[in-house]
Design a protein around this ligand. Structure first.
Ligand SMILES: *[C@@H]1O[C@H](CO)[C@@H](O)[C@H](O)[C@H]1NC(C)=O
Ligand SMILES: *[C@@H]1O[C@H](CO)[C@@H](O)[C@H](O)[C@H]1NC(C)=O
Length: 317
């Protein structure tokens, strides 16, 4: 009897000890990450100071003082997508301001595309353009441009959202949730906690070992749509001096968050734990969409069609 008691005691002591070692390991590995500043050459690629503004709206936040700035990266030719956003969740409102971020047209007809873009900018005053080539691989540069622009021009807004033009955004629900969210050091979206680099050169998301030697990514939020407190934009701009360019903009933001020791947070419903940032495509259903923040992949015409029903009907769910 005595010996049984003793062995139980030893086992539980052992368990406590190994749990402590585990905790130690976790803390150690977290702090063993030491960011190193980039060389001037490496930083130059992502630094917004390398590029010049062609179109800008420098005073827009002074005039409006929005609660939430919606920042939409689009290519210069995507006029139809911009128009759909302006007529749906991006429509002017009391709380929000919607802006489009573009680079230089990469296809043919560069001159006529630019002329049309400038005319569109005169009409809507919501386009910001810098002189880097607008390509998929340059989206990281665009995101850093957006962060820097926000930090300089809209420091008094509370939150910003980076969101693609083909996304359905339930602004009503998002704003309600944000009113009770942390005001600083906050970033949320569809959190990816087990991302790994794809080495296959045929993959759209390929990263070479030379670009990124580690075999997993830190936590990050999927690039389709994520929301953050405005201070995070300033911090990410600063952290980018420590993070080498990789062509995956959302992972790049995650790497900056690791430098800052900021953990992205999940957004879920209370009872069912459903992810509010739905990165798959779902068929439109008014009352399902009323309980989500984003849903992925809509054509401009679909977005307009859905919104007609949603913006008046969602309150009846
Ligand atoms: C932000 O608020 C401060 C203090 O109220 C004000 O001085 C400043 O002009 C504002 N900046 C912008 C860009 O709105
Ligand atoms: C990114 O933009 C820079 C500046 O315009 C350009 O030199 C470079 O070719 C672009 N990279 C890609 C992969 O499109």
């Amino acid at each position: 009897m005595r010996s049984l008691k003793w062995s139980l005691l030893t086992i539980s002591a052992g368990l406590v000890l190994s749990a402590q070692i585990l905790v130690c390991r976790v803390t150690l590995s977290k702090h063993s990450f030491k960011p190193r500043p980039l060389s001037v050459e490496e930083y130059r690629i992502v630094s917004p100071e390398t590029y010049q503004y062609i179109l800008n709206q420098p005073a827009i936040c002074k005039d409006k003082n929005p609660f939430l700035v919606l920042m939409v990266p689009v290519s210069p030719v995507e006029a139809e997508a911009r128009e759909a956003v302006r007529k749906t969740w991006g429509a002017p409102s009391q709380d929000t301001l919607t802006l489009f971020y573009v680079g230089l047209s990469e296809g043919g007809q560069v001159l006529s595309t630019q002329k049309k873009l400038e005319a569109e900018s005169r009409t809507n005053a919501d386009i910001i353009q810098m002189n880097f080539l607008d390509s998929y691989k340059n989206l990281t540069i665009k995101t850093m441009m957006m962060m820097n622009w926000l930090a300089i021009h809209c420091p008094n807004t509370s939150y910003a959202m980076k969101v693609d033009a083909d996304i359905f955004v339930n602004l009503f629900y998002l704003i309600r949730r944000l009113k009770s969210s942390p005001r600083r050091g906050f970033i949320t979206g569809s959190v990816i906690s087990d991302g790994k680099p794809k080495r296959d050169i045929n993959s759209k998301w390929q990263v070479s070992e030379e670009q990124y030697p580690e075999d997993s990514f830190p936590w990050y939020v999927s690039g389709a749509g994520y929301v953050f407190s405005v201070d995070v934009a300033t911090k990410i701009s600063w952290a980018s001096r420590y993070v080498r360019m990789i062509p995956l903009e959302d992972v790049y933001v995650g790497l900056c968050l690791r430098v800052l020791d900021i953990q992205p947070v999940y957004s879920r419903t209370m009872l069912t734990f459903r992810n509010l940032f739905e990165i798959r495509h779902l068929e439109y259903d008014r009352c399902t969409f009323a309980k989500l923040v984003i849903v992925n992949q809509f054509k401009p015409s679909e977005l307009m069609h859905i919104w007609q029903d949603f913006h008046t009907g969602h309150t009846s769910c």
